[in-house]
Design a protein around this ligand. Structure first.
Ligand SMILES: C[S@@+](CC[C@H](N)C(=O)[O-])C[C@H]1O[C@@H](n2cnc3c(N)ncnc32)[C@H](O)[C@@H]1O
Length: 201
């Protein structure tokens, strides 16, 4: 995103703060970067202070909100982000929590519709694959005992989230093959997480 001039990020499904949070990575390249984090987990909210450590030139905000509330997210995000300028919408590992009956492609489309030309969608999703039956078994176990329920999708389903966008090379692939840095060890052929980056024309 540095090379593409993106200086604004809407990171939905942030997860617990860790080393190299979105704003830390982005602001290292461009200190003026603005980031809005969104998550619906009270545990993430409790640790959100670690996400609000912006550079003075940039800005970060945290919103305790659900991906399904597109209007609420956009209204709040507009306090920090200039939605007339390109934004990278990050949906990493979060769409799996939205069932098919809740129209996840529609949610993604509504978010992207609100962002201008030059915006990007960065999305990753756990896949189901005959080559990885253990993953299917783990998800089935989770769905039997845990909440929220998970909906695995195929690589073709993941690709459909990018409908109408220009997919950047190498397209929607196993995440370990999306422009990997030179690895210390050989890369596995495939991992259960597929993802890609698409640009809005
Ligand atoms: C698997 S973690 C991914 C974290 C981070 N994006 C990453 O890729 O490492 C998924 C996160 O999405 C959040 N989440 C799940 N369902 C959500 C929803 N409907 N709206 C907003 N956040 C959600 C969870 O609370 C969790 O923090």
């Amino acid at each position: 995103m540095g090379e593409r001039g993106i200086r604004q990020f809407l990171d939905i499904g942030t997860g617990l703060p860790t080393a190299g949070n979105t704003h830390e990575v982005a602001q290292r390249l461009a200190p003026e970067t603005r980031v809005v984090y969104v998550d619906n987990d009270p545990l993430v909210l409790a640790h959100a202070r670690a996400l609000l450590t912006s550079t003075p030139e940039g800005s970060t905000d945290y919103l305790d909100e659900d991906l399904r509330n597109v209007d609420g997210i956009l209204e709040h995000a507009a306090r920090t982000l200039d939605l007339s300028r390109p934004v990278a919408l990050m949906l990493l590992g979060v769409v799996i929590f939205v069932g098919d009956h809740e129209d996840p492609p529609g949610l993604v489309r509504r978010l992207m519709d609100a962002l201008p030309s030059g915006s990007h969608l960065v999305l990753s999703h756990t896949i189901t694959s005959p080559a990885m039956p253990d993953v299917d078994a783990a998800v089935a176990f989770w769905n039997e005992h845990g909440t929220p329920k998970l909906t695995q999708r195929t690589p073709a389903d993941v690709t459909r989230f990018f409908h109408g966008l220009d997919l950047l090379d190498p397209g929607v692939v196993s995440c370990n093959h999306w422009r990997p840095e030179p690895p210390d060890e050989p890369l596995p052929d495939e991992v259960a997480m597929y993802g890609g980056v698409g640009r809005k024309a």
